[in-house]
Design a protein around this ligand. Structure first.
Ligand code: SAH
Length: 245
């Protein structure tokens, strides 16, 4: 096998069974546009192309992998050499399904970019570091990204995978998450929301009254002596909306 670049998170998914399962979870139908993140050697790309998908885009940052991917002969496939952490997903279509065995060092950034382009992404299926998968789905202690994602997407922890399914083996366990966009998700400005959430989750030990104006807390119906981790998702969202008014 060709030399793999550790710094680009190149851990190739070897298991045919897992590749097949991942594509099944994507529930591809004939008029779908699928966007793969990090095509690599094309293992997953080829599996997606086995469905009757209408069009597949694969976004890959490594020029030598791009060269490999371009060898796949299928008129439905378009190979894009770009950085998926900032790529404008809406430039590819309006109702996209995303899939990827993500490079773990930038997985959170790719999830963040997905949320940024939520207008065009109805579903996403990502393999990430298990710890990140638990965080995104709110199964471990929530962080800013938990609320950031779950406000717009219903999240599901699909399955865990041990390192032996990859080459080279990563040092950590992996987890698959599925994001299904919520119907009527709130109209919220991405950057302002992120700024609020990172502030909210960075000072867990402070009381709310030391973080936010007391009249806003009152308006949101919150006890100013509470600490951030004592609030429910709905209460946090309510506070954000009051602060934005
Ligand atoms: N899909 C393949 C490879 C996954 S490894 C498989 O499952 O076997 C992750 C891939 O993401 C690598 O090919 C790596 O080069 C690519 N990658 C890393 N950083 C990226 C970025 N910022 N944007 C797009 N692709 C990236």
């Amino acid at each position: 096998m060709r030399r793999l670049k550790k710094d680009l998170g190149q851990h190739i998914l070897l298991s045919k069974g897992v590749l097949k399962k991942l594509v099944e979870f994507l529930e591809v139908s004939g008029d779908d546009r699928v966007v793969e993140i990090g095509g690599g050697t094309g293992n997953l790309t080829r599996e997606i192309l086995k469905t009757d998908v209408r069009e597949v885009f694969t976004i890959e940052i490594d020029p030598s992998m791009v060269e490999e991917l371009k060898k796949i002969e299928d008129r439905r496939l378009k190979v894009i050499e770009a950085d998926a952490t900032t790529f404008d997903l809406c430039s590819l279509g309006q109702d996209l399904k995303l899939i990827g065995n993500l490079p773990y060092n930038v997985a959170s950034l790719i999830v963040e970019n997905t949320v940024r382009y939520r207008r065009c992404v109805s579903l996403a299926l990502f393999m990430v570091q298990k710890e990140v998968a638990l965080r995104i789905t709110g199964k471990s202690e929530p962080g800013w990204i938990t609320l950031f994602v779950n406000t717009f997407y219903r999240t599901e922890y699909v399955m865990s995978l041990p390192p032996k399914f990859f080459f080279p083996r990563p040092r950590v366990e992996s987890g698959v998450v599925r994001l299904v966009r919520r119907e009527g998700y709130p109209d919220i400005e991405t950057d302002r929301f992120k700024t609020f959430l990172t502030k909210f989750f960075s000072r867990r030990k402070r009381k709310l009254k030391n973080l936010f104006p007391e009249d806003s807390l009152k308006e949101a119906g919150l006890d100013p002596d509470l600490r951030p981790h004592q609030l429910s998702y709905d209460e946090i969202l309510k506070l954000y909306n009051v602060l934005e008014r």
